[in-house]
Design a protein around this ligand. Structure first.
Ligand SMILES: [Zn+2]
Length: 186
């Protein structure tokens, strides 16, 4: 934190605090703030009352294209795209806002928010890194997360074609997510 203004430092601490409260892992905090690892560890312990989990993030791009995670991931990206196109929010600030809207959406829809903030952040990095992208469903027209290098001539999303293992509750639940997503994204 040498040569940094007090205001900048306060802003970084505020940002890190908000991220820790949302459940962010240490790697996210280290990437998105200029605070030292030592300070972040201290902050994390103070807020959550325990040390952050050790080790690298285990997330792979495949998780985001499996059925239920894909619906949550696509919902989050839809919200994020809307925010970046219609507000001045950028980068991690846009991700935080989009994630809060995603959580709110899950709460009112009585859904378990299976996309953690760290996963949401990782998803954005995978898209920026060219590993994943979005493509439009040929039936509902919604945008969904897919592998960047696969070809989808007639892509049909997980809402329009849920797998049989999703069971009876799968489709109405998924449809509700979609409805709520549209309500937010407008
Ligand atoms: Zn669809």
């Amino acid at each position: 934190m040498r040569n940094k203004s007090v205001i900048t430092e306060a802003e970084e601490i505020g940002l890190a605090t908000e991220l820790v409260k949302l459940g962010a892992r240490l790697q996210l905090l280290e990437t998105e703030t200029q605070l030292s690892r030592e300070r972040l560890l201290k902050l994390y312990k103070e807020i959550r009352g325990e040390s952050p989990p050790k080790g690298m993030l285990p997330f792979s791009a495949d998780w985001f294209v499996t059925w239920q995670p894909n619906i949550h991931a696509s919902l989050f990206i839809d919200i994020l795209d809307y925010l970046t196109e219609n507000t001045k929010l950028k980068g991690i600030r846009a991700i935080i806002k989009a994630y809060k809207l995603y959580l709110e959406n899950a709460r009112v829809s009585d859904l378990e928010p299976i996309l953690s903030v760290t996963r949401a952040w990782t998803l954005v990095r995978f898209i920026d890194g060219g590993l994943l992208r979005t493509t439009a469903c040929t039936r509902c027209g919604g945008d969904f997360v897919v592998h960047a290098h696969d070809l989808y001539d007639h892509y049909v999303c997980g809402l329009c074609r849920p797998p049989s293992r999703a069971g009876k509750g799968g489709r109405p639940e998924a449809a509700r997510v979609a409805t709520e997503a549209l309500a937010i994204v407008g």
